[in-house]
Design a protein around this ligand. Sequence first.
Ligand code: ADP
Length: 501
Amino acid sequence: MNVLFATAEAVPFCKTGGLGDVCGSLPRELAKQGHQPTVILPAFRQVFESGAEIEPTGVTFQVPIGQKRVEGQFLRGRLPDSKVPVYFVDQPEYFDRPQLYGEEGEDYRDNCERFTFFSRAVLEAVVSLDLGTDLIHCHDWCTGLIPAYLKTLYSDRAPFDQIASLYTIHNLAYQGNFWHWDMVLTGIDWKHFNWRQMEFYGNLSFMKTGISFADAVSTVSPTYAREIMRPPLSCGLEGALQHRRDDLFGILNGADYDDWNPASDSCLGKNTFDVETFEVGKAACKAALQSEMGLPVNPDVPLLAAVGRLADQKGFDLIARAMRQGAQQKETQQPDAQWVILGTGEPKYHQVLGQLAAEHPQKIAVRLEFSNELAHQIEAGADMFLMPSQYEPCGLNQLYSLKYGTVPIVRATGGLADTVVNTDPQSIADGTATGFTFAEYTSLALSDVISRACQHYANKPVWHQLIKTGMQQDWSWGRSAGEYAALYQRTVEHARCEVLQ
Ligand code: ADP
């Protein structure tokens, strides 16, 4: 199967979150399994700064954007350690900017135009680069127009009349909703600006467009696939999603163990470890992390960590409250602990987390930046990893935590519910426990579960059993890639049947 991944992020070229991990790893795994994936990305500034080898293809193109014709060129690279070709859509006015989607909490004002251009460029690439595409796998709102182009402006032209589309929702809350007059930029007939297709409360919605026009729709965990059928996690799109119910699938993301493996992680220096050696290895990583973050080096105090986008979704308000209580633990029941936070995002979280670290330098260390190396060191050095998310389509950090022997403490939602087994007498007895889950989105519930985890931390035989069970699990891409391959096959067959009808 010849699949073209149309995405705004792919590791190692550009990434703001899990989308980048997925689009860097899944194509490589598909290639290993004998498929022919290709990736296409905007040539963001991050891509050039990534140090990847990129060369010109010599192919330029022009696409209409409203009344204008805008020129671009295709560049070429490769996913590391693979033969998977990656094409970059180069258009410096749109993509040579400090960030991918916006700066200081504000989206770029021309995002509709930027990603309309990218979507049309993807279709140009299919022809001008002779990609032989069977299916375009579109990811999140940035690529939501592509399924619509295939079914409208491009529908009666070869090769587009033979190309199917799969639209994967990585996060339904980021919808790409724009002023309705932006329809003009897309070139798509106004007749499609209706409540069944592209219109969403008077706006043009790229997310709804992708859901409505794609041959099949998927999301990144079975639980999230169920949760988005109903408010509040449907984010207003329950009607559109229920309409696609028979073509909506939930496939859990995998972890890329080439990149995230404590036995071979180059970010850990000589302190790499596996399930046999984790006691020594993790102790060394913990000491290194404490020292790096300026915390007292103490092997006995539980070290709790969180890494992620500082957005409401991720539960950093609960973490901040739990940290405040924990840091003032003499007045509360919470056991003593250290806290390490790595993240960037909304200014209000920068402010509150920065302040907590300044007030409690012996207990709380915060880095407000994006650092892949530190993210790896935190996964290895922490004892517990916090993900008290309001919602979590899949979540990757808990998969990395399991592999690194860092016990996840998660809210039971989306992919977190699908991957972490709560510790209770039954799951301890049958050896399935891997972490701690809680249900209610309150700081009280989070503090309770942290206390529960810290009690188990003190009981080393049980704690080591949790660590070992998690480290031995296989959340690699092998299984998920097989499920995607089957879904591609089904989608192509269904799309061909529809054409024949
Ligand atoms: P989401 O896609 O919602 O942001 P995921 O858990 O699916 O959340 O994936 C987040 C990915 O981004 C993980 O690989 C995580 O390590 C990484 N990440 C997030 N914030 C940072 C940061 N500040 N520094 C380094 N890596 C980060």
